[in-house]
Design a protein. Structure first.
Ligand code: MG
Length: 284
């Protein structure tokens, strides 16, 4: 199923894409959980019933599937060898692949939905860059989750554009500020549940800017795969239902290009992962 959060008739509702067309929205509480996060907390299978409301596509607007995460989006840095290499080369450093995952987070307030307009603030950054990423949404949490069991803890997969203000990222030495601007975490267009993703480590992943291909890779090329990532993270901190983990971006980002390229007003960015949809945003 494709799990959505939408704005419909002035209200925020959640539900699923109807394979026949349109949305099927969960009834309001107490008949159903109020949000996707509340559904994940219940830990019960997702079963849209007869009391779910059918709504035509054009009557509702897609929001990020989890519009306000409970805590920061957890992100893997330098998790594709070709991106790690281009990043270090662009900084004039020796190319050394990470032996342990590079992990940072994006503020919850950075999340925005598909098709949204993202305001570039030239007095804050002049170097906003794109990063298409596969993100997973945790279903069951836990500590010390073994890699062999890890995928059973995943609820589904979505797409994130890990927008990165490079000047802030490098100036402040730590990733958090440069990754956490308002609307710097487009997410969506929905969460595809695990049963519909045969192999999350075999998905074509692409990013286009104004129709021009900038990033093109496959999730098989991650250094730390999804299962190993969950094992490592949960070995250190408790993962919780609804946690969002972005798994890193492949090569082709703007700052490592010659000359470097950054997003400008009028640009359109499309992040696409096979089977998961297209996440499109407009820069103003
Ligand atoms: Mg990233």
């Amino acid at each position: 199923m494709r799990v959505v959060t939408v704005r419909y008739a002035g209200e925020e509702r959640w539900g699923v894409l109807d394979p026949e067309g349109g949305f099927r929205l969960a009834p309001r509480p107490p008949e159903a959980p109020a949000t996707v996060l509340d559904h994940l907390d219940e830990g019960v299978p997702l079963r849209p019933g007869d009391d779910w409301e059918s709504v035509p596509l054009e009557d509702a607007t897609l929001l990020a599937p989890i519009p306000v995460p409970r805590r920061n989006v957890i992100c893997m840095g330098l998790n594709y060898a070709d991106h790690a290499e281009e990043s270090m080369r662009a900084k004039g450093r020796e190319v050394v692949l990470p032996e342990h995952p590079v992990v940072f987070t994006k503020a919850t307030t950075s999340v925005t939905g598909p098709d949204s307009e993202i305001v570039l603030e030239p007095d804050v950054t002049e170097q906003m860059d794109w990063e298409v990423e596969l993100a997973l949404v945790m279903g069951r949490g836990g500590r010390h989750i073994a890699a062999a069991d890890a995928l059973q803890h995943v609820f589904g997969y979505t797409i994130i554009n890990d927008l990165s203000a490079r000047d802030l990222q490098f100036r402040h030495k730590q990733f958090f500020l440069g990754k956490s601007l308002d609307s710097a975490c487009p997410m969506g267009p929905w969460i595809t549940t695990v049963d519909e993703v045969e192999d999350p480590q075999a998905l074509d992943i692409r990013c286009r800017v104004n129709g021009e291909m900038k990033q093109e890779a496959n999730t098989s090329l991650m250094i730390f795969g999804i299962a190993r990532t969950i094992e490592i993270l949960s070995g250190i901190l408790r993962l919780q239902p609804g946690d969002i983990i972005a798994t890193g971006t492949p090569a082709g980002v703007g700052f490592a290009r010659t000359p470097p390229q950054y997003l400008r007003p009028g640009d359109r960015v499309e992040c696409e992962i096979a089977g998961l949809g297209v996440l499109r945003n407009y820069f103003i």
